[in-house]
Design a protein around this ligand. Structure first.
Ligand SMILES: [Zn+2]
Length: 104
């Protein structure tokens, strides 16, 4: 059921919650103070990509650099925060959820 080699599962809400807690990320929006976010990552609505261009960039329909990001958007004011999916995923890989297999 996979297409190509990119079969990493999307980062879940629980994983994002663990990451945010470990990193001391406040849930409050820096602009409006509310704590109500949507998390979008594009892969099945969980992972997105933001284009990165430099001074040599020439528009091409075939080639583009991109970096996977996690978009967190405040539902109240629309403030959008971008987190590197690589950073989040690396931390999750190094810090697996202990409560899952430590429970028996
Ligand atoms: Zn806000």
């Amino acid at each position: 059921m996979s297409e190509g080699g990119d079969t990493e599962p999307p980062i879940s809400s629980d994983e994002m919650t663990r990451f945010a807690a470990a990193k001391g990320i406040s849930g409050e929006c820096a602009l409006c103070g509310h704590n109500d976010w949507t998390i979008s990552t594009g892969k099945e609505d969980r992972s997105g990509f933001i284009p990165i261009v430099d001074e040599h960039y020439q528009p091409s329909p075939l080639v583009a650099w991109h970096r996977p990001v996690i978009l967190m958007t405040c539902r109240n004011c629309g403030n959008t925060v971008l987190l590197s999916e690589h950073v989040v995923r690396s931390w999750l890989d190094e810090n697996p959820d202990q409560s899952v297999d430590d429970n028996e």
